[in-house]
Design a protein around this ligand. Structure first.
Ligand code: SF4
Length: 785
């Protein structure tokens, strides 16, 4: 897609730049900050029973933490060691021994006393397990019996009544590819993946705007661009080594701007452990913050564009890149008319940013030849998320910030292998190498040599809702086969999720550890299958990073805690397929990982080259250094689309707050510390603006209640630099307040923000007592579902 090749890692200046330091006092003494040395020593201690293997994973494997991407200790951006505490924290998942037998077979109520973090620490799932309806304990079952039972059930069901789901925890492209193929081989299109609940709108938004749903840029474009703008992303927390790239960018004069409701301390200042200067004196990361309202980004971007059009009225060419727009972009006049029709009052009200401040950023961009726009869940977890992304693309297209060095749009991904899931076809709307259009279906049918089911499969949220359909409904979900994932902690409305999970006839959890969802009942049985980690998978495996680098991770030798019964995930899928359709087994077989990669290269032309990845360090970038290079877009007429976007109307009345969920010391939903080292908050602290608190007579640290018609959250007030009228809760604790069943139309991501009321706990409880007394007897007797 792009002609230029990535140049590989570069060196950066080692000359100290005190102007970017947080403080001349070494190690941030006296500051609220992570203790990297202490955390590292803790990890060494945790892994002491398997230390050599841990070292082998770190020096030879591809990181199974975030999607920044690194093979061993070397990435493709900068020379020098690449390591962070997120990687060290997830390391134990690969080195730990089995769960002790007496715990595996303990009474289910005993197991339910463990939190997710405690379940994770119990160890690996040792062998296949089953817990039938009414049984109080998991029992051991042979692979043979477990797989036969699942296959037998699948044979009795209509393919619309079962579904597959794959998380992105370390799973390789090979496993995704085989899972996607097996699902269609069995006859179902109900297959979905973890990107549905994080970055699916990035794909749908970018696809409709520029014709491709991936980052057009690479991290080296940060280093030397004029402006690096993060929308709703705490890159320093989710991908700690990204701060090393940010530091390099700052040294080259790049301005870093952050747009987020909360002034995230980790984007303000950071101590990069693998950079001596930063480790000692810290780095001031963001040059400026724009604290928008939650859901105010579209209006904010309208404001930036509106001022550009005002500048254009005075001096043609002062803000818009007309050459780029004329030659490479469509619908300019429509967008211009739409943006000009927006009132400044509405823009300021919705965004929460003053006109002067919007103009400041608008002019900064108008005067910047190059910019990279990166974003994360702050833009994607909304019911208007695809619009958010297309609005970012609008900004980039008007300025021609796409398809060349130092420029691009970059969905900043979370998990290490999430980029590859949809690209491998684990998605109800996608097949490898394209969408669900007739041409691609025909192409894949020719390659796979069997017919694909032609009906539209469901996204995971709808699949879960389908579990509660009437018994004889054609689409009632009866079997859910999950590779990892914990919907209880990643989906809105956990009470509903628990009910849905418990109404399935059979639930299969293919995983390396227990989580809270593994313990929920099922109507017939819960079957647990022990999976190998990516480092144990025979023949190795590949994963794709945010910047489209496909890294090969070899099988790593030296594990002292081998889980003898664990199997490579792709092998389990093939085993299942063969049992369900034994007469067609030859159509679904793969000899080894190389055979899978050979086929991936044909199925997804962007991955042509993956077949040559064989040893540690092998890597290539699909699409070249820049997608849409030279303004040539992968659309039918090679032009990008400017899209007119409406300002969303948030359902928030006076006196209500809008709530966002944020991450603390955690990796996605895996919490590693009850206290966020960047701001000192505990998990049940509620981030709120001090002025808002004052108006409610709430004092710092006071118990408060956050509530709406969906749920109640009891926490403590923590005063923070957050835009007035907005509050922040930790994810997943805040999910009880989020309603089920509200999705962004094009992408299917659930909405993760909602209006709430906030009250002092004493007032809330006193009022509740009054409300209770005032209730009619009939209401009190009505059972609440
Ligand atoms: S920044 Fe991401 S890819 Fe790099 S070591 Fe940390 S978790 Fe792994």
């Amino acid at each position: 897609m792009g002609k230029s090749k990535h140049q590989g890692p570069i060196s950066i200046s080692k000359k100290p730049t005190p102007k970017h330091w947080v403080s001349p006092i070494p190690f941030g003494l006296g500051k609220v900050k992570p203790k990297h040395i202490r955390d590292t020593l803790k990890v060494v201690w945790e892994n002491k029973d398997n230390l050599q293997y841990a070292k082998n994973i770190l020096t030879k494997g591809v990181c199974d933490g975030c999607a920044l991407g690194v093979s061993g200790l070397q990435d493709q951006t900068l020379k020098g060691a690449h390591m962070c505490t997120t990687r060290l924290n997830v390391l134990r998942l690969n080195t730990m021994p089995n769960i002790k037998e007496e715990i595996v077979h303990a009474d289910i109520d005993e197991l339910k006393k463990y939190s997710s973090a405690e379940l994770r620490q119990l160890g690996r799932i040792p062998y296949p397990l089953i817990r039938k309806s009414g049984e109080r304990k998991f029992s051991r079952i042979s692979w043979e019996d477990a797989m036969n039972m699942i296959a037998k059930k699948i044979k009795t069901l209509d393919p619309k009544q079962y579904a597959f789901y794959l998380t992105s925890r370390g799973i390789t492209n090979e496993s995704y590819y085989v899972a996607g193929k097996v699902a269609r081989f069995l006859g179902t299109n109900n297959i979905d993946n973890a990107s549905r609940i994080c970055h699916s709108p990035s794909k749908t938004g970018l696809y409709r705007s520029i014709g491709v749903g991936a980052s057009t840029a690479n991290y080296q474009d940060w280093i030397g661009t004029d402006v690096l703008l993060f929308w709703g992303s705490v890159a320093s927390n989710s991908s700690p080594v990204s701060t090393k790239y940010m530091l390099a960018a700052k040294k080259k004069g790049t301005k870093i701007i952050v747009v987020n409701p909360y002034k995230e301390p980790a984007m303000e200042k950071y101590w990069v452990p693998s950079n001596l200067e930063s480790a000692l004196f810290g780095t001031r990361v963001a040059d400026d913050f724009y604290q928008v309202n939650i859901g105010g980004d579209i209006a904010f971007m309208h404001g930036i564009m509106k001022h550009w059009f005002e500048m254009e009225e005075k001096v043609h060419g002062s803000a818009i890149n007309h050459d780029f727009v004329q030659n490479h972009v469509k619908h300019y006049e429509e967008l211009k008319a739409h943006v000009k029709a927006q009132s400044w009052d509405e823009i300021v009200k919705s965004s929460g940013i003053s006109k002067n401040r919007i103009i400041e950023l608008s002019e900064l961009l108008a005067n910047s030849k190059n910019a990279v726009f990166a974003w994360a869940l702050g833009l994607t977890m909304h019911s208007f998320a695809t619009d958010n992304i297309s609005q970012v693309a609008n900004l980039a297209l008007l300025r021609g910030y796409i398809g060349r060095k130092y420029n691009g749009v970059m969905p900043f991904r979370g998990h290490s292998s999430v980029q590859g899931t949809s690209e491998m076809g684990c998605d109800p709307f996608v097949l490898p190498g394209g969408g669900w259009d007739a041409k691609n279906v025909k192409r894949i049918e020719a390659l796979w040599k069997f017919n694909l089911p032609k009906w539209q499969g469901d996204i995971l949220g709808v699949s879960l809702e389908n579990a509660l359909l009437p018994k004889d409904h054609a689409r009632k979900l009866k079997l859910y086969y999950m590779s990892g994932g914990n919907f209880l902690e990643t989906m809105p409305n956990p009470l509903f999720i628990e009910k849905a999970l418990s109404q399935l006839d059979i639930r299969v959890h293919q995983d390396i550890i227990f989580n809270t969802s593994t313990l929920v009942d099922a109507k017939e049985a819960v079957i647990v299958l022990p999976a190998k980690t990516r480092y144990e998978q025979e023949g190795g495996g590949t994963s794709t990073s945010t910047e489209r680098m496909i890294y090969f991770s070899p099988e790593i030798e030296g594990n002292k805690q081998v889980v003898k019964e664990a199997r490579a995930e792709w092998k389990i899928y093939i085993d299942l397929a063969k049992r369900v359709k034994p007469h067609f087994a030859s159509l679904i077989d793969f000899k080894d990982g190389h055979a899978i990669r050979d086929e991936i290269a044909k199925a997804n032309p962007n991955y042509d080259g993956v077949q040559f990845l064989k040893k540690q360090g092998d890597v290539f970038q699909w699409g070249g250094a820049w997608l849409c290079e030279g303004g040539i877009f992968p659309t039918p007429d090679e032009k990008a689309n400017l899209i007119t976007i409406e300002i969303p109307k948030l359902q928030k009345s006076d006196g209500q707050f809008y709530v966002m969920t944020r991450r603390g010391k955690q990796f996605n939903s895996m919490v590693y510390n009850e206290i966020d080292p960047f701001n000192g908050t505990e998990r049940y602290d509620v981030l709120m603006n001090e002025q808002d608190a004052k108006e409610l007579n709430i004092i710092k640290g006071e118990p408060i209640v956050v509530y709406n018609e969906h749920g109640t959250f009891q926490g403590k007030a923590h005063f923070a630099h957050i835009t007035r009228g907005n509050i922040g809760l930790h994810f997943p604790e805040g999910n009880f307040l989020i309603p089920k069943g509200i999705y962004d139309g094009p992408s299917g991501i659930p909405q993760f923000s909602v209006a709430v009321k906030v009250e002092k706990a004493e007032r809330y409880h006193a009022k509740k007592d009054i409300d209770y007394l005032e209730k009619r007897i009939e209401d009190l007797e009505t059972e609440v579902n």
